[in-house]
Design a protein around this ligand. Structure first.
Ligand SMILES: [Zn+2]
Length: 235
C-alpha cells in the first residue's frame, strides 16, 4: 500500500494463485481489505473469458476477493482487476476526515476514540470523554473544517516499533500488541501538525481534497461515551 494512491486507484494485472469456494486469492493485489472501520474495495475482475464483479475484499492471511460465483476462473489465469474508484474515493475521504475528527476530539475535549464505522454516505465515531457534558459539537465541526480548509499535507511513513512507541506525538498505539512481533515496521500516517498514528487505511494526500463535514447526530452510548455521526458536503 505504500506506493499505491489512496484515491483513483488504477487497474492492475496479476494471476490467480488460489480459489477457495468462490473466493479468489491473487498473486498481488492493490485492493484494500475491510479493516479498522473502513470498508473493503469492490470492483470488476476479468480473464480472457469472463468478467465478474467482486464483492467487498476481506482480510486474512491473504486478501480474499469474494465472487458470487468463481465459474470461468482457474488457478494460474492472468486477470485484470479494476477497483471501484468512486467507492474507494468516498471511503478514503471519509477515513481521512475520521483521523481529523478523532485527533481534534482528543485535543479539544480529551476524548478517546473507542470505535468507528465508515461508510460511503456517513461515518460514526464512538468517543469516551472524561466529562462528556463539556462536548460542543459545533466547536468540533468548525475546527475540523478549519483543518480541511488549511491544506495540510498527509504523509505516509514506514517506521519501526521503537520509533513509533517512543514518539511524543504518536496516537493510537494500544492496538499494536495485537500485531505479531515478526512485523517490525508499521505504516504511520501524518496529517501535518494535526495527527500522527499507525494506520493501514487509505488516505488523500492533502486535506484540501476533503469535503466539509457536518455532524448530523450525537447520542449517548453509555457512561462517558457519545456516538457522533457525520456526513460530508460536496464542495
Ligand atoms: Zn488512516
Amino acid at each position: 500500500m505504500t506506493q499505491h494512491p489512496g484515491t483513483d486507484p488504477p487497474s492492475f494485472t496479476t494471476t490467480i494463485k488460489n480459489i477457495v469456494d468462490n473466493n479468489l486469492f491473487l498473486k498481488d493485489t492493490f485492493c484494500f481489505p475491510r479493516g479498522g472501520g473502513q470498508p473493503g474495495d469492490t470492483g470488476i475482475i476479468s480473464n480472457s473469458k469472463v468478467k465478474r464483479d467482486f464483492l467487498e475484499t476481506l482480510p486474512g492471511e491473504q486478501i480474499s476477493h469474494p465472487l458470487s460465483t468463481a465459474e470461468g476462473f482457474s488457478i494460474g489465469d492472468t486477470v485484470d482487476c479494476q477497483i471501484d474508484q468512486i467507492r474507494r474515493n468516498k471511503n478514503t475521504t471519509m477515513h481521512t476526515v475520521q483521523h481529523i475528527v478523532s485527533a481534534l476530539a482528543n485535543d479539544l475535549f480529551h476524548a478517546e476514540t473507542v470505535g468507528n464505522q465508515i461508510s460511503e454516505e456517513y461515518t460514526r465515531i464512538d468517543l469516551l470523554f472524561p466529562d462528556r457534558d463539556k462536548f460542543i459539537a459545533s466547536d468540533l465541526e468548525q475546527s475540523v473544517n478549519d483543518v480541511i480548509n488549511s491544506q495540510k499535507e498527509v504523509r505516509i511513513h514506514n517506521w519501526d516499533r521503537e520509533k513509533i512507541l517512543s514518539h511524543e506525538q504518536m496516537r493510537h498505539t494500544k492496538f499494536m500488541d495485537r500485531i505479531p512481533a515478526s512485523i517490525t515496521e508499521l505504516r504511520v500516517v501524518e496529517i501535518s501538525d494535526i495527527d500522527l498514528c499507525p494506520c493501514g487505511g487509505t488516505h488523500v494526500d492533502n486535506t484540501s481534497k476533503l469535503n466539509h463535514m457536518n455532524i448530523t447526530n450525537v447520542k449517548s452510548k453509555g457512561s462517558g461515551k457519545l456516538r457522533l455521526s457525520y456526513n460530508l458536503n460536496n464542495r
